[in-house]
Design a binder for this molecule. Structure first.
Ligand SMILES: *Cc1c(COP(=O)(O)O)cnc(C)c1O
Length: 369
């Protein structure tokens, strides 16, 4: 049997480059607590993402909890169930009540038409997700938020480096969070960030990620420990140098998948938006009835061939065991349906085109029978 193909494979710089980057840490012995690497990465990302403030964190999940808490959100928050569990957990763990809006059937982001009916006097914010790197309808969401006086925080974990209508995705809404987890387009091993243009909010988050410490004798807010360490920041500095090259390689893989799968009966691929410059983070495929085989059957068949895809995002978060009896996934029928039909195919910069062909051959073969 040919070698196994996993759904993702982390981007890493050349070994020597990383060693060179971390050398001075041995001299400074400054391992964490906003050291030189942390500072340098912060500045580079502020420039790259076109925002006034970047707060680096220990991971993307912490970034979500940090911004919700620093903003002082209360009551209900309108969000999407079609996301990684982190988005929903972060709301619940921050004492908020997620209220789920259904998604757009073509790009799987929050459907703005579904938002207004869910707004109550208790609603304080909207938390949409640029899922798979598909940018939300940011203009429509902004209009609704303005009209009702709500904050907008984007979970942009999948959208690093993307632009919408010529502007960095990080510039939309009141704040955006990113994940720099090992499996994301840009990684710091584990890591994340909150981006915003509000100096006061950024300053508060800076303290909150360090136990709320203002100075030696003054602790004026209740925070946790969410700082990014110097080795993680150093990995980020290295990976940032190779980002364009990595995204270029991802585009090659994307183009090959499109060449092989676009237009095949029963396979629904993401409808791309000409206003978005993509980072090619994921390749989701939705299996419609007319394909003749269900998602789970194709998934099992790929597995048998040593090809490990993912049922991302299944179950949708309002159907998770831990939320049983609390939320009803039937309230968001589109998300529920897509979650049962979708699969993300192996996708990473170093995936070879012959492996893409092997994956497509199996899918097309299954569809034929
Ligand atoms: C990865 C991810 C997160 C969490 O980020 P971590 O860095 O893994 O903590 C949050 N939201 C979404 C949509 C993600 O994909």
């Amino acid at each position: 049997m040919s070698s196994e193909i996993f759904v993702t494979r982390s981007s890493m710089p050349p070994f020597e480059e990383y060693c060179e980057e971390i050398k001075d840490i041995w001299e400074s012995r400054w391992l964490t607590n906003r050291g030189k690497k942390h500072q340098e990465l912060t500045e580079k990302l502020e420039k790259k993402l076109g925002v006034d403030h970047v707060q680096l964190t220990v991971n993307g999940h912490y970034a979500l909890e940090l911004v919700f808490q620093a903003m002082g959100l209360t009551g209900e928050v309108i969000t999407t169930p079609f996301t990684f569990v982190s988005t929903t957990h972060a709301l619940v763990r921050s004492g908020l009540t997620p209220v789920f809006a259904d998604i757009d059937p073509d790009n799987y982001t929050m459907d703005p038409e579904k938002i207004e009916a869910l707004i109550t006097p208790k609603t304080s914010a909207i938390v949409p997700v640029h899922v798979y790197g598909n940018v939300c309808d940011v203009k429509a969401i902004e209009d609704i938020a303005k009209k009702h006086g709500l904050k907008v925080i984007y979970d942009a974990a999948h959208a690093f480096n993307e632009t919408y209508d010529g502007k960095s995705v990080a510039t939309y809404g009141d704040a955006s969070i990113f994940s720099f987890h090992a499996t994301k387009v840009f990684n710091t091993i584990e890591g994340g960030a909150v981006c915003c243009d509000d100096a006061e909010l950024s300053d508060k988050m800076d303290r909150m990620k360090d136990f709320g410490i203002r100075d030696e004798e003054c602790v004026d807010c209740i925070g946790g420990n969410g700082k990014m360490n110097e080795f993680a920041a150093a990995m980020g500095l290295c990976n940032l140098r190779h980002l364009d090259e990595e995204i270029g390689k991802r585009k090659r893989v994307y183009d090959r998948y499109m060449e092989r799968l676009d237009g095949v009966k029963g396979l629904k691929l993401v409808k791309t938006d000409p206003l978005v410059q993509y980072n090619y983070a994921y390749f989701p495929v939705v299996f419609e009835d007319s394909f003749g085989m269900g998602r789970d059957q194709v998934f099992d068949r790929l597995n048998k061939e040593g090809i490990h895809a993912r049922k991302y995002f299944y179950p949708c978060t309002n159907a998770l065991d831990c939320y049983k009896d609390r939320y009803d996934p039937n309230d968001t029928p589109v998300a529920l349906d897509i979650s049962k039909r979708v699969m993300t195919l192996p996708f990473y910069a170093s995936l070879e085109l012959k492996d893409v062909d092997r994956i497509c051959d199996v899918i097309l073969e299954v569809g034929k029978n």
